[in-house]
Write a protein that binds this ligand. Structure first.
Ligand SMILES: [Zn+2]
Length: 294
């Protein structure tokens, strides 16, 4: 069965794997980009292709940042080596293979949809909870795509005089629903240690009051955000993935309780909230699904 080479592209390394139409993953690898230049990035991609045990049907790239599909241009102001580059055209030239590219949160959305939900539902919102807050939307069975990456949920503001976001706006969800947002809640409740979310999870497991309250507040905040997204799209499911989704056991109850309270009345009982199933393979599988037009 033919396979596509999927690239999960970061600022300093590229994760790669071959994926077939059934979503089976082979030859997982990670290559460090030796020098922070675009030329070195392209060489790394060529090395990955040269080291494969078979010739792939093409390459599907998952990109950090926005992507203009029409003009093949990356918008990633924090990643100088990629910002403004025409990645599809350049990789096609270097590797002589067909290339597709899309924003990684969009691809994670599509991966979870195609390989987990497609047979059951038509509309799905997907959010990633991690160092940032991203997401994507499947509407009527299709991934929402345009000439620029849409559905920038992380940059919806919940406070016009709130914390300043990396994008320059104030009060963006990226600052509140992400790892740093969780830690801000912890601090605001009197938490003093400089700990990571997993340590906070351990504290919650040990019934430490402040950790339990932090996750409660976080769950309520997500409910508020998901309530707004539900009001726009009334998806059958809102799913969440990313690093913080692995701590869902500590906030899923307050999240669900609050969500069911504040959901737009006409939509009650129609929108389910669930943790994503595919974990960190969602993006790679979404890249393959889009390449094979599944
Ligand atoms: Zn922002």
């Amino acid at each position: 069965m033919e396979k596509v080479l999927c690239l999960d592209i970061g600022g300093s390394s590229i994760k790669s794997s071959l994926v077939d139409r059934n979503g089976k993953i082979y030859e997982e690898n990670k290559m460090v980009i030796a020098e922070e230049t675009y030329e070195c990035f392209l060489e790394t991609v060529r090395d990955i292709v040269d080291n494969l045990s078979e010739k792939p049907a093409g390459i599907a790239a998952a990109l950090p940042g926005g992507y203009d599909i029409k003009n093949d241009e990356i918008f990633a102001p924090n990643l100088q080596i990629l910002n403004g580059r025409h990645i599809k055209k350049d990789i096609e030239k270097v590797c002589s293979l067909k290339v597709t590219a899309e924003n990684d949160a969009n691809l994670a959305t599509y991966g979870e949809y195609v390989f987990v939900e497609k047979k059951q539902i038509d509309n799905m919102v997907f959010c990633t909870l991690g160092t940032g807050f991203g997401g994507g939307l499947v509407l009527n069975g299709k991934l929402l795509q345009s000439n620029i990456t849409l559905f920038e949920v992380g940059h919806m503001s919940i406070n016009q005089s709130g914390r300043i976001c990396g994008c320059g706006r104030k009060g963006c969800l990226d600052e509140y629903c992400s790892t740093s947002g969780l830690m801000e809640i912890y601090k605001s409740l009197g938490g003093k240690d400089n700990i990571n979310p997993y340590k906070l999870g351990e504290k919650a497991k040990n019934n430490e009051d402040i950790a339990i309250k932090t996750f409660e507040e976080y769950g309520k905040l997500l409910a508020f955000v998901f309530g707004n997204l539900a009001a726009l799209f009334c998806p059958e499911k809102i799913k969440f993935g990313g690093g913080l989704s692995e701590l869902a056991e500590y906030y899923i109850k307050p999240l669900n309780d609050e969500f069911n309270k504040i959901l737009f009345p006409a939509y009650k009982g129609r929108v389910k909230i669930e943790q994503a199933e595919l974990k960190n393979q969602a993006g790679v599988l979404g890249a393959a699904a889009l390449f094979f037009e599944l």
